[in-house]
Design a protein around this ligand. Structure first.
Ligand code: SF4
Ligand code: SF4
Length: 437
């Protein structure tokens, strides 16, 4: 028995399944859709090449060694290859399972294990720790200390800390955590009863975006409930291969959101929505939770998807902006939602929409990818901003907080300081302006 197969005995659920690997016929039609292949031109960093390596590992012909891990880690998990693939390869499912297998098999230095445990298992899943961290960051960012530290370049003395700090989100007080557990009534007649998954980091760094989402839903006749027992969706953990934490978070959310019969469970973060819609994949070995996950996930909708499916409140004021839209990978390739965000923008009077060339290619955000693979991430971002410049847009809109963060960095470093917003924030702006007319 090979080392890899022996080690797999300790993590039997998390490995790419043979029937999923077998779907790839090695045609190569996905190669040009892949950002890392486009950047490096290396087969080993293409979808086909990565699948080939997974097959080799599954057959015991390749060990889970540093080289293999590097190629799997460098993948953005953007899933553009899935959209391009004519054979229906579920690449996202494969890469997440491969990362779970890697996590069970690799030995990391103790301090890296400790950091991963603290961030993924404790910080992201604890509203208390997130609030404490948020307040500390708020003091650092709003007291002038951040400006001083950046000007003096102190963090450059600590390896990559300066880069990580530069990419970290600004916090927004008051935090959205205060709204969790509350019910917000519909404006006018109640047409729908929906639940809102508020996320984890979004509660401290995208609090205004979450508020805008609730207001837009209220404007559209929704009573919006924020179940008190909801938690982090587990997306960042699943992407990092920490699938047991993902399962724990999935169970918490399934229990929290199925205590009532909602017309839909709404997310405004495409990365979260994608994982939440795919909770069943985490329980393929567990029939009881698999059935619960299927029932729950079938009711989840991205906010743009939900709004495009109802009779939209058209009481929107004109917004004479020149706007372009960057597809969020996990909305377009993960959830196959392309038209709804564009339909929402088209509903705003006087908004001039400019389609972004190559909007289906990742901006380099990909969860914590921009922190872990900053060089590749920035190379992709610079190209993205060159495309944005061709549109002449003054506002860049997307549908995922992670993409917003990355595009804000792009607008500052490689762009013309364009405004970066979520679709729902622009809708909210138009509704609120209409109230003032
Ligand atoms: S993943 Fe799909 S498109 Fe890519 S090589 Fe395999 S079968 Fe072809
Ligand atoms: S998920 Fe994205 S980066 Fe990874 S192989 Fe597919 S296209 Fe390439």
């Amino acid at each position: 028995m090979s080392d890899t197969l022996f080690q797999d005995l300790f993590a039997p659920h998390d490995r790419p399944l043979q029937q999923d690997l077998d779907r790839c016929v090695h045609c190569g039609l996905c190669l040009n859709a892949c950002p890392t292949y486009r950047e490096l031109g290396l087969e080993a960093d293409s979808p086909r090449g990565r699948i080939y390596q997974m097959v080799q590992v599954s057959q015991g012909k390749l060990a889970i060694n540093d080289e293999y891990i590097e190629h799997i880690d460098l993948c953005l998990a953007c899933r553009a290859c899935e959209t391009a693939c004519p054979s229906g390869v579920q690449y996202g499912k494969l890469v997440e399972a491969a990362r779970g297998q890697i996590d069970a098999n690799r030995s990391l230095p103790w301090w890296q294990r400790l950091v991963r445990w603290f961030v993924f298992d404790r910080l992201l899943t604890s509203p208390f720790l997130l609030k404490v961290t948020g307040y500390k960051l708020w003091v650092y960012q709003s007291s002038g200390l951040q400006r001083l530290v950046r000007r003096l370049g102190i963090l450059k003395l600590f390896g990559r800390l300066a880069e990580i700090e530069a990419l970290s989100p600004a916090v927004e007080t008051p935090f959205f955590f205060d709204k969790v557990g509350k019910v917000f009534p519909a404006e006018g007649e109640t047409r729908y009863r929906v639940a809102f998954l508020a996320g984890c980091i979004a509660n401290i760094s995208f609090a205004r975006m979450n508020e805008a989402t609730v207001r837009v839903l209220q404007k559209n006749g929704c009573e919006v409930t924020l179940p008190p027992d909801q938690g982090c969706c587990g997306a960042l953990q699943v992407h990092a291969g920490l699938r047991d934490i993902g399962r724990r978070q999935a169970k918490q959310n399934i229990a929290a959101f199925t205590q009532d019969n909602f017309d839909a469970v709404i997310t405004n973060a495409a990365g979260c929505g994608s994982v939440v819609k795919e909770y069943p994949e985490l329980f393929e070995h567990d029939p009881e939770w698999h059935a619960k996950a299927v029932e729950f996930s079938s009711n989840v909708k991205d906010v743009t998807e939900f709004l495009a499916g109802i009779d939209l409140n058209r009481d929107l004021a004109p917004l004479p902006l020149r706007v372009t839209y960057q597809d969020s990978c996990h909305l377009l390739h993960g959830q196959k939602v392309r038209t709804p965000p564009r339909a929402m923008l088209a509903a705003i009077p006087q908004l001039e929409f400019r389609e972004l060339p190559l909007s289906e290619i990742c901006c380099g955000s990909a969860g914590v990818y921009n922190v872990e693979h900053t060089e590749m991430s920035m190379a992709l971002l610079e190209k993205k901003m060159q495309m944005v410049a061709t549109t002449g847009a003054d506002t860049i809109v997307t549908a995922n907080p992670g993409c917003m963060l990355q595009l804000r960095v792009g607008a500052a470093r490689f762009g013309q300081g364009q405004r970066v917003m979520h679709v729902v924030e622009l809708l909210d702006e138009a509704y609120r302006a209409a109230e003032r007319i």
